[in-house]
Structure formats: C-alpha cells, structure tokens
Design a protein around this ligand. Sequence first.
Ligand SMILES: NC(=O)c1ccc[n+]([C@@H]2O[C@H](COP(=O)([O-])OP(=O)(O)OC[C@H]3O[C@@H](n4cnc5c(N)ncnc54)[C@H](OP(=O)(O)O)[C@@H]3O)[C@@H](O)[C@H]2O)c1
Length: 303
Amino acid sequence: MESVSVASTQNSVSSSLSIPSITLGTMKIGRRKGTEIVQKMITNGFHSLDTAPTYKNEDKIGEALNNISKSCVDIFIIAKVPKRACDSDQVQEEFENTLKNLNRTCVDLLLLHWPSDVIAQNTLKEVWDCMESFVKDGRCKALGVCNFNENALAKLLKCCTVPPVINQVERHPLLPQHSLVDFCARNNISIQAHTTLGQGREEILQNTRIMEIAKDINCTPAQVLVQWNLQHGVLVVTKCSQEVHAKEILSIIDTKKKDTILLSPKHMKALDGLGNGTRFIAPPFMYGNAIYCWGKRMPIMKS
Ligand SMILES: NC(=O)c1ccc[n+]([C@@H]2O[C@H](COP(=O)([O-])OP(=O)(O)OC[C@H]3O[C@@H](n4cnc5c(N)ncnc54)[C@H](OP(=O)(O)O)[C@@H]3O)[C@@H](O)[C@H]2O)c1
C-alpha cells in the first residue's frame, strides 16, 4: 500500500515512519458489528486504523486486531488523547486504557484530539510533555494533532521537543483549508484529511461539479474526493463499513490496477476553487474568540 514517510523520534533515535496514504476511520462503526467490520476492512486491504476513546469501540477494534494478528498482518494504528484529558495524570490513564483496549503494547501515532480544553486550561505543554514521554519509553512512535488551526499549531511548536508529524483535519473541496495546508507544509507537518466524503452526504457526493469531474475521468465522486487529497500530498482517513465502498476507495492506490485515476491540472484547479466554508464537523466548542477557534460564530448547519 502507498504511504508517506515522516520523521519520527523513538528512544531518542530519529527514524522515518511510513504512514499509509489511506486509513480506515472507525468513528460510528459502532460496537455490535465493530469487530466484524474492522476485520472485513483489513481483509479488503486497509492496513491502517484511526481510533479514539470517544468512538467507544477501541475494545472491539482490539478484538479484531487480536484475531487478525494470528495471520501476522502488520496494521498501522492511530490512537488519540481525548479532549477530556487535560493533565498528565489523565493523559497517562487514558493512554493506558487505550493500549489495553487495543490489545497493543505500542501504537504508531498518538494524536491530541482537540486543541480547545488544553489551551483554555493552559495545560497544552503539560499534556504534550506527557505524550512525549510515551515516545521516549517506546509506547508510541510519533505524535500528532487533530483540528488545530495555524495559531494553535504555532503555540504547540513553540513549546514542544517532539514536534507533531501530522494534523488530522476536515478537508474536502468544499473546505480545502489551503492556508493551513501551506502552513503545515512549511513546518514539516503532514495533513491527514478526515470527513473526506462529507460523512457520505449528498451535499458533497452529489455536488454537480464533482459529479461532472467523476464522469470525465470515469470514476465515482467518492474516488474524486480521495484522489484530490492524495494529489495534493494529503493523507486520507475515511470510514467504510461496506465492502463495495472499501473496494472503490482502495482501488485508487492499487498499484496492480492498469487504469489509474488521475485528475488533470484543470480538474484540480476546478476542485480547488469549490471552497464555501462547509464543515460537516463543527462542534460549538471550536467557535468563539479563543486562538484555537475556527471562527467567531458557529456555521448554520443544514439538517
Ligand atoms: N480527528 C477528528 O476530530 C475526526 C473527526 C471526524 C472524523 N474523524 C475520522 O475520520 C473518519 C472518517 O470520517 P467520517 O466517518 O465522519 O466520514 P467520511 O469518511 O467522510 O464518510 C463516511 C461515509 O461515507 C460512506 N462511504 C464510504 N465510501 C464510500 C464510497 N466509495 N461511496 C459512497 N459513500 C461512501 C460510508 O458508508 P459505509 O460506512 O456504509 O461504507 C460512510 O457513511 C472517522 O471515522 C474518524 O476516524 C476524525
């Protein structure tokens, strides 16, 4: 599977970490069928999983990993420190629970899920120092963040010793985040796009321009959305629970396939210009006057 290499620090030795270009999202895969879905998706070719304590299914993913490990498949694991963990004791406790639930002694990447509470409570450095201690003791290979804007990243970069290697943020043509992508590139931080398919909503999958481009290059709108990110050098995390969806998404990076999906410069430019500020994930705590906020007021959400 295709991957992007980033610098990582483990046991004080700099090395390179290969992050698969497409990761399976596990939010909303649920608990009842969680284990079965994750195993099925790994069998279909996903070699990387994005997890979080707040998805309330780490143990179900752990079961899947336990069953799969019998066939020696090496799966890249992304875990998260939840928003509720605002001091080092809470971060320790959360991470120990995560490792136990996932049936792992170590994860590949540990991400700080939200910038809000740790910045508001002035504990960003304490929380990040604690995350750095997991890199030093070998329980995770590299660190990253989610949903950080430029100001929040600048604040973190000033106080960290182990810098973040990725910023996982919502990104699709309706929210291209050009300036954040440039800022991250200048600071050696890879972007990983979440909600790439707009949670499967018509607003994006049936967008007229995206559908036209899909028709032009003989693929589906979902493939256009993933490929647009990949062609920008952006990693993707997307949730699939149906095999037909997984096959469609993973075929984009199938090196054995002859007819590869490629967006022309004209298509890329058209997609780059579709931004209209649509956010499918817009929690109220990310709006206001604080430096980590995405805007002063919450956008009006369509039902
Ligand atoms: N860090 C953060 O704060 C944050 C926030 C949001 C999400 N995430 C991560 O990103 C992952 C992805 O985001 P998401 O789950 O919100 O939404 P998403 O990946 O944008 O969309 C998932 C939806 O798209 C459907 N889908 C998948 N492949 C498709 C295809 N080829 N054609 C049409 N529809 C397709 C899925 O259907 P089926 O399930 O039926 O296959 C599902 O309903 C999450 O699971 C989570 O791991 C992180």
